[in-house]
Design a protein around this ligand. Structure first.
Ligand SMILES: Nc1nc2c(ncn2[C@@H]2O[C@H](COP(=O)(O)OP(=O)(O)O)[C@@H](O)[C@H]2O)c(=O)[nH]1
Ligand SMILES: [Mg+2]
Length: 366
């Protein structure tokens, strides 16, 4: 039996990993290959899973910790995706605040299951505006130093750095950013792409078509990494929203995003990623998706509901540098206010808020 391909796409929260994986999945599918997707989060109730599944690709969600710390769950997810027929390609999205993934996931996978998988070079995607700020090319609010430490470690371990969202930056700034990345992270091939618009995806696909070349793992201080992760607050919320008649779900999500953004911004909280999906209970094929990837950015709709709805399930995932309890309160309050303003009721079915715990990898092959 030929080996399955394992393609892992990293990058900080909001860089465009899920969007890019969907592009890759579509390409492989068009080539007649079977694809299995693996999403990962510290907890349950994921926008990414809802989004990928809405495109009819099989998705397994690994929750309750990152693959690096729950290595067995990764191979279990692959086994589950293979129950009916083994995918030719596994596309895996690690948690956006994780790093050291080559040493803790890719190398152990090759060592333990190298007969089953061929492992692609590791891509790390970046959002250009976020990267410009972190690398000191542009002014603007960013994260504290320990979170920036994680961000830079992600770039240090990349085989391929992909500056995504090419459509959002003028060519001069894009060239400046790519040159800076190439100088600071000389081990990586630096590419640009727009996952959303599908531009330059070919060059990226080509760059990750071979086998990952092993090199010594990055040097990393797990105390600083753990502190950096603990500065980020996470909220996962699932709620049923019901109107008295039909209402505009796109407007509902837009108001929720805008008002929550305003609240967090007023507190000086830097958002890493706020994402919301809203799916009608009555129509499994309709979906709204909105994202905000930095404080001061603009919430953007990547999918819009085609029809007004009567009731639906709303999933909100927020990752921001702030106290998780405050983030949770802000999210629940804003949801309630949005519903009240529109004459709907919001019934929170599940909500949790936490800081990611210290990463303790199952394996680490230096
Ligand atoms: N303008 C633009 N937005 C993008 C692009 N790729 C992703 N995005 C948007 O960035 C946001 C975060 O994307 P997502 O794939 O969820 O990021 P992840 O957190 O890394 O998985 C979403 O609003 C996407 O639509 C791109 O190439 N251009
Ligand atoms: Mg994602």
């Amino acid at each position: 039996m030929s080996k399955a391909r394992y393609i892992m796409v990293g990058g900080f929260l909001g860089a465009g990993k899920t969007t890019a994986l969907l592009r890759l999945a579509e390409r492989f599918h068009a080539d007649g290959l079977k694809v299995g997707l693996i999403t990962n989060d510290q907890s349950v109730g994921l926008v990414d899973t809802t989004l990928l599944a809405s495109h009819d690709f099989p998705v397994e969600e690994i929750t309750g910790g990152c693959f690096c710390c729950k290595f067995g769950s990764l191979t279990d997810a692959a086994a589950k995706l293979s129950e009916v027929e083994r995918p030719d390609v596994f596309l895996a999205e690690p948690v956006g605040s994780c790093t050291d993934l080559t040493a803790t996931v890719a190398y152990p996978l090759r060592r333990l299951y190298g007969d089953q998988y061929s492992i692609a070079p590791f891509s790390v995607l970046v959002d250009p505006v976020r990267a410009e700020r972190i690398l000191g090319l542009a002014e603007g609010k960013s994260f504290s130093p320990k979170v920036v430490y994680i961000y830079r470690k992600q770039l240090e371990e990349a085989d391929v750095i992909v500056v995504n969202k090419l459509d959002t930056l003028d060519p001069g700034r894009m060239a400046g950013l790519m040159a800076k990345l190439a100088t600071e992270f000389p081990q990586a091939k630096v590419l640009m792409m727009s996952a959303r618009e599908g531009t330059h995806v070919d060059a990226w696909a080509e760059a990750i078509s071979g086998e990952q070349v092993a090199r010594p793992a990055i040097a990393i201080d797990y105390d600083v990494y753990a502190d950096g992760e603990a500065l980020l607050g996470w909220v996962n919320l699932t709620a049923g929203v019901t109107g008295t008649g039909v209402f505009d779900g796109n407007e509902f999500v837009a108001k929720l995003m805008t008002d929550l953004h305003a609240k967090l911004s007023a507190q000086g909280i830097e958002v890493a990623h706020l994402k919301v999906t809203f799916a009608p209970f009555e129509d499994a094929n309709d979906l709204a998706v909105m994202n905000l990837t930095r404080t001061g950015g603009t919430p953007e709709a990547s999918h819009e509901l085609q029809e007004p709805l009567e009731s639906g399930e709303l999933i909100l995932n927020l990752r921001a540098e702030g106290d998780p309890e405050y983030l949770k309160t802000a999210a629940v309050e804003t949801l309630t206010e949005t519903a009240t303003a529109g004459g709907q009721t919001a019934d929170v079915e599940h909500v949790e808020a936490f800081r990611p715990g210290r990463p303790v990898p199952t394996h680490r092959d230096a």
